[in-house]
Ligand binder design. Structure first.
Ligand code: BG6
Length: 503
């Protein structure tokens, strides 16, 4: 692959958590892999006064320094520069512009700039506007791209307002809305599994699929993000963005080509086909829960309401499960289930396709005496891989059938380089490839779908929020959502499932 054009990556919020934990390590990974352009620099920007040397020293703490990679670390640190800036002060942006021009002359980098907004979301409208007023959106001398982290709005109205404001100063193809789920190899592999294997596409529809189940479970609670999370909740934090993207990839029609707008058009069509939830559906198709204090092993684990920054009477959901339909030819009548939550028994994200059983049942089936529901499990994390559940004959007399697993694990490809989500997405933006970034219309459509749920919860306090003990699979009643079936109980290991899992 060609190297991206020479450019600057300007990170707003350079002293923040995301920069240290994700961006700097991802850039280092690109540097180690020799994927950065020859002429390239990172300019960290934030309010604190710091010299370039002090910034480099701070960032070094977040690099995986080892006895072998010393020269690489030094080479990488040399690419880092720093500029202090008060985000609402227009004259500071002139200083930024001058600094970029000066560094550009010094390092032979033309006026190609990527601005990464790793800042609180309140600044998503302020910074792009002042950058534009300072002429830093002018593409006549080089590209200007903006990367924005989620949340893209906190509801439909604010998402529309944010898009409107950004599109006043920039064109859609300058805007890169990052959803780190799309940067995961295993998420991209869902496209490859579907569209490069002749065996799946013919059966990927309502004639053969019984239902689809998407799980994103975390063992962690809200940790030190209680203040943010209490105003967000699982629906905004996970469903509107990450999990809707998974729905888009699982349900979309084959794109004509693998190219940003072709893929994004197909994703949009899926969101346009989601059957809107009516007021009366909210109580029956959506379950919300909140973790409560419990014992896990010998440890007493805090309940959500005892977490720092959380209102002790909070009704914010840390678990949500929903059932919905995609009203189009391919998916008519197929229920899709999503569940996500914090403080669940294990960390796992996966999509399970449940196929219909054979039309006539000839054999005796295993202990539960149920015909086999073939399942295709697309495991996103951990123990990344693909698992197919098949009915096989139990050796011996008669024709007894039991379900067996056929599994592939990504780690078997251990000699290939698996890029982290952020390094993949940063590299794509450097190349000007927005395929794995969200487009404004799709973001709005996804909000349009979840907005009635937010309104329902807000306007109807009688809709219950169920407690679940930390370390369990969510509220008991959530099983009522899934007809004629039960949720899979996945484990850390792809091929293991059941009530009890390894933690
Ligand atoms: C973030 C959410 O976007 O995604 C977090 O804000 C969540 O609350 C995280 O923990 C999950 O990401 P991953 O990659 O660990 O599944």
């Amino acid at each position: 692959m060609n190297s991206p054009k020479p450019h600057f990556l300007v990170i707003f919020g350079a002293s923040g958590d995301l920069t240290k934990r994700k961006l700097i390590p991802a850039l280092f990974e690109l540097c180690e892999q020799k994927l950065l352009p020859e002429n390239f620099a990172v300019l960290g920007v934030s309010r604190t006064e710091l010299s370039d040397a002090a910034f480099r020293e701070k960032m070094k703490e977040f690099l995986p320094v080892s006895s072998q990679n010393g020269p690489c670390v030094e080479r990488f640190l040399d690419l880092l520069f720093y500029q202090s800036l008060e985000t609402s002060n227009a004259s500071d942006y002139q200083n930024l512009k001058t600094r970029l021009e000066k560094l550009g002359n010094q390092l032979s980098i033309p006026a190609n700039y990527i601005f990464y907004l790793s800042t609180p979301p309140q600044l998503y409208q302020v910074i792009p506007q002042i950058l534009a007023e300072a002429g830093l959106n002018d593409v006549s001398m080089g590209f200007k791209r903006i990367i924005i982290e989620k949340p893209f709005g906190t509801d439909l109205a604010s998402a529309k307002e944010l898009n409107r404001k950004l599109l006043t100063f920039y064109t859609e193809d300058q805007l890169y809305r990052i959803d780190h789920y799309l940067g995961k190899e295993t998420v991209q592999n869902m496209l490859v599994t579907r569209f490069s294997n002749g065996i799946f596409e013919p059966i990927w529809n309502q004639n053969f699929i019984h239902h689809v189940e998407i799980t994103s479970a975390e063992t962690l609670g809200v940790e030190d993000r209680g203040g943010y999370y209490d105003h967000s909740g699982a629906l905004r934090d996970m469903v509107q963005n990450h999990l809707m993207q998974l729905v888009g990839l699982i349900a979309m029609e084959p794109p004509v080509v693998i190219e940003a707008n072709a893929i994004r058009n197909e994703m949009l069509k899926v969101f346009q086909s989601l059957r809107p939830l009516q007021k009366e559906d909210i109580a029956t198709h959506v379950f919300r829960g909140q973790y409560t204090q419990s014992h896990i092993g010998n440890d007493l684990v805090k309940g959500y309401r005892e977490e720092n920054g959380v209102d002790p009477m909070s009704k914010t959901e840390t678990f949500v499960a929903l059932k919905f339909f995609i009203d189009n030819f391919r998916w008519a009548g197929v229920p899709i289930y999503i569940r996500t939550g914090k403080k669940l028994p294990t960390r796992v994200t996966e999509v399970v396709i449940y196929f219909k059983t054979t039309p006539h049942h000839l054999f005796q089936y295993d202990s539960v005496n149920e015909p086999v529901n073939n399942q295709l499990v697309l495991r996103i994390q951990p123990d990344e891989g693909v698992l197919l559940k098949l009915g096989m004959k139990v050796p011996g007399a008669g024709f007894r059938v039991q379900t067996m697993n056929m599994d592939f694990h990504y780690k078997e490809l251990s000699d290939s380089y698996l890029p982290s989500a952020y390094s993949r997405l940063l590299l794509d933006c450097m190349h000007g490839d927005a395929t794995l970034y969200s487009r404004s219309d799709a973001v709005e459509k996804a909000w349009e779908y979840v907005q009635p749920i937010l309104d329902g919860w807000q306007n109807n306090p009688d809709i219950p929020i169920y407690g679940y003990p930390a370390g369990t699979w969510g509220p008991e009643n959530v099983d009522r959502l899934v007809e004629n079936s039960i949720w899979r109980r996945p484990c850390k290991n792809l091929a293991h499932d059941g009530e009890y899992c390894e933690l």
